[in-house]
Design a binder for this molecule. Sequence first.
Ligand code: 5CA
Length: 156
Amino acid sequence: MRPAVQRVAEALARHGVEAEIREFAESTRTAAEAAAAIGTTVPRIVKSLVFLADDQPILVLASGGNRVDTGKLERLTGKTIRRADAERVRAETGFSIGGVPPVGHPGALPVYVDEDLLQYDVVWAAAGTPYAVFPIAPQRLVEISGGTPVDLKEAR
Ligand code: 5CA
């Protein structure tokens, strides 16, 4: 297990989650790649996206099938929302884009969870690298991330 993945395993263990982290030879960097590697569907993939709310980082755990509506995030937070760049993502979460896990960050980030994830029995999130994921019940994901379930998807 690579060190970044080991850190996620330890963070999950601290939350009482015995996660079966799966590492793949092929990339799980995007939701589509992760779904293909796992053999599941894109909406069951958890995207871990860092936004800046008046420059304070927040973590959005979004269904792989949805685009995040930043206007909804602005109404939720009352702050101006923009995307964090790759360097800021790494600074705030301790992980690189494509591997950002929902827990195990150096500081506490406010977390919003896409309520669409809650309809599934199991969803899959990144586990530290663009080659590792783990399954978790979405309600458990809400609990361990300290997240607030919200409607944040762009209307299509
Ligand atoms: N391992 C997969 C599935 S679990 C994963 O981590 N997906 S992800 O969606 O959470 O991470 C990739 C996301 O990072 C992309 O959806 C994209 O929105 C974002 N991203 C990619 N490149 C950049 C960039 N240069 N700056 C900011 N965000 C980026």
